[in-house]
Design a protein. Structure first.
Length: 364
């Protein structure tokens, strides 16, 4: 599962990527600095795994991760192949969610591809190009579906009705994600279409250091614009985050954050938000050899969760022994949880909850 960082050229995407992944993607003060997408495997900050490490004292700890992709900047006309448009759109199609970076700071020393700072215009530029590409996809599909629908094929007629609704939405300058599926069949069809503007989106307002806590006028404009999109807006000073990552000691980083009025790096907030955006959650295994966070989709059953460790665990699943994280933390050990009668035995239908600490019994 990958989240792609998108935006106009020169808004701070590669610098943000470097902060998140500690990779060193090239970042510079000119458009199209990023050509090939950079991919970083990023640890998901989680205080729960720190607590489990304190209690269990394992030999090693493995955190949950999420893949972040730094994608080339997009410009007007990308849907027709302008700039690096075709490559950009191909790269974003391969991602499962979008982190849309908007420039929300003034700085005459950093050029803007359109000459001045205007996050509303910048957002609309990206949205229009993605919508135009989706419109092209929908119209191509409609050509084929219309022929089948005319023969009386009920499935084709249902698909045509959905495509017509999506097409009308796109023509109104709205993204496909605003179209509500009327039933499960429509929901599955929409996934099948693989439209770019169906992907969930998270907006990152890149602000100056002084605006990192409370935002600024540009952030307020963005919040007002996206209030009906069911999308989260995160305020982040990418420049300051880059400075924090350069500091060697934890103490220095904490002092920097305190001076800014923050309790943790904004990048940590962003990574957790991206994890959530991808509809992911975490369960834990905890033993003296290893404490580990495992990534699953929200709604996965116990056998599915077991299969993340090894396919044999899913195939031969018998039962899961489950402790809630809060119980593990409160009682301090697995043995004390058992004594208190708080360990549960769950079967194949159990829906795993975020933070469950689990052991699996299986038979190959």
């Amino acid at each position: 599962m990958k989240a792609g960082i998108v935006g106009l050229p020169n808004v701070g995407k590669s610098t943000l990527f470097n902060c998140l992944s500690n990779a060193k993607a090239q970042s510079a003060n000119f458009p199209f600095c990023t050509i090939e997408p950079n991919i970083g495997v990023v640890n998901v900050p989680d205080p729960r795994i720190v607590r489990l490490e304190e209690l269990v004292k394992p030999e090693r700890v493995q955190m949950a991760t999420v893949d972040i992709v730094d994608i080339a900047g997009l410009v007007k006309g990308a849907s027709k192949g302008e700039g690096l448009g075709n490559q950009f759109l191909g790269n974003i199609r391969e991602c499962n969610a979008i982190i849309h970076v908007l420039r929300c700071f003034d700085n005459d020393n950093i050029v803007h591809v359109d000459g001045n700072v205007n996050p509303i215009r910048d957002k609309e530029t990206i949205d229009i190009e993605l919508q135009l590409k989706d419109l092209e996809t929908v119209e191509k599909r409609l050509e084929k579906t219309n022929r089948a629908a005319k023969t009386g094929n009920k499935e084709a007629q249902a698909e045509k009705a959905l495509l017509d609704r999506i097409r009308e939405t796109l023509l109104q300058g709205k993204s496909a994600r605003t179209v509500v599926a009327q039933n499960q069949d429509e929901a599955e069809l929409m996934e099948e279409f693989q439209l770019i503007t169906l992907k969930p989106v998270l907006y990152v307002c890149n602000v100056d250091e002084a605006s990192a806590v409370s935002g600024n006028k540009y952030v307020e404009q963005v919040r007002e614009l996206v209030k009906d999109e069911n999308a989260e807006v995160i305020v982040l000073s990418v420049g300051a985050e880059a400075d924090i990552t350069e500091l060697e000691s934890y103490e220095e980083r904490q002092m920097f954050l305190q001076d800014m009025g923050l309790t943790e790096p904004g990048s940590a907030v962003l990574i957790r938000a991206a994890y959530k955006l991808l509809n992911l959650q975490t369960y834990f295994t905890a033993g003296v050899k290893e404490v580990r966070a495992w990534t699953i989709k929200v709604g996965d059953t116990a056998p599915k969760a077991a299969g993340v460790i090894h396919t044999d665990f899913e195939k031969g699943f018998i039962r899961a022994e489950v402790i809630s994280f809060d119980d593990y933390s409160n009682y301090g050990s697995e043995a004390k949880v058992k004594e208190a009668g708080k360990l549960r035995v769950e079967g194949k239908e159990y829906i795993v909850k975020d933070g469950d600490v689990m052991h699996f019994r299986f038979n190959v």
